[in-house]
Design a protein around this ligand. Sequence first.
Ligand code: NOJ
Length: 456
Amino acid sequence: MSTFTYSSPFPASFVFGVAAASAQIEGAAFIDGKGESIWDRFARTPGKVAGGDNLDVACDHYHRFDEDFALMASLGVKHYRLSISWPRIYPQGDGAPNQAGLDFYHRLFASMARHGITPWVTLFHWDLPQALEDRGGWTSRVTVDAFARYADTVVKEFRNEVKNWITLNEIRCFTMLGYEFGTKAPGRKESAAVVNQTYHHALLCHGHGVRAVRQFGGAGARVGLTDNCDVSVPVTETPADIAAAKAWFLDKNLHLLGAIHGKGYAQAYLDRVGADAPQVLPGDFDLISLPTDFLGLNVYTATYVRAGRDGQPYEALALPPSYPRADSPWLNLVPQAIYWAPRMCHELYGHKSIFITENGCGYNVEPVVNRETGGEVIDLHRRDYLRNHLREVHRAIADGVPIDGYFLWSFIDNYEWEDGYERRFGIVHCDFATQARTPKLSARYYAEVMRTRTIV
Ligand code: NOJ
């Protein structure tokens, strides 16, 4: 019988952290031998990114990581989720590794260690080497083979500095949005068959990531996927609506979460895609379904679902026009998402260790005020978002859902992909003209949550 109740502090072992990703904060896009990524190319394609913003400098974290880790430490951050830039390690995607790229991450991990911050490293957070895109990108198995070599290299190289590994970030986004809708790099609009093949190749890379960590990660290494599953929230927390929300969840996540838990694609998925099913080679699912140590979930929003009518298993509801949301048009404010996503994964797939690897909100207008006293941003909307979501994380733990950690997106305002620098997700404000960092009110709020392990 668990002694954790609704009024308990977060467990002593619960990991509080912050997150960011290489392409979004590092800058130094063409420095020390780094190769071009698909985002470097996409950002230079007119009309693709708001304001024509590119990643050349971003938060200049490449040159300022020491200062950034000092700031993290001063806020009490002890865990940081970051990603490694594939084109910094393999400028051409494969071939010879770039020693300067490897050296950079050794310096970065050394600085984190000096500041008492534990790394959680994502192998791939969307910055595919352009050279691989030129050979087919995610539509081609060339990328799978190249990723296997990249994962081997990185895990071997950093096995003494890194124990927490995440294979891929948000497969849906870099496949569907990159190859079907074309709103993210590389900006292609392909057929359903090609898009389904990109999912399959991404799943294979996830498998290679797990394999590489098992083979080369050394003692104590753990690994998982970060998925941005489609999340359903039952309209009422009654058996009928919960059952409907579960049916919807299984259905919408069949091709990704469903796949990593199976020994092949489920019949329901194959029936749905028909002749557009991905080509699967013998042995593929031995990799794809390798057991992992945890599941990472990026949770931002959800769909409300209730019991279906006329024999339907569920009914998903459209939101009314005035439903509250952040400035990102997709970011409807549904805090219970962060309760239900992990609970569904625990109950439907049996996950025993779940980390929220991202959660946060983006707004455009966040002026720095009170400059005479050091400056701050009064981001009460973000403070509210955090508090409401942390409440639901806490409730889930009290209900027996095994959530072991929470990483806030993001440590600092950064390059929000096709929304450029306009959309700010940080708890630290970045002035992109001067590179000045100013902790927002939400940073002070989160620091107090981490310090006291309670929702203050
Ligand atoms: C998910 C992605 O992993 C991250 O890169 C992005 O900035 C946030 N969501 C906010 O959109």
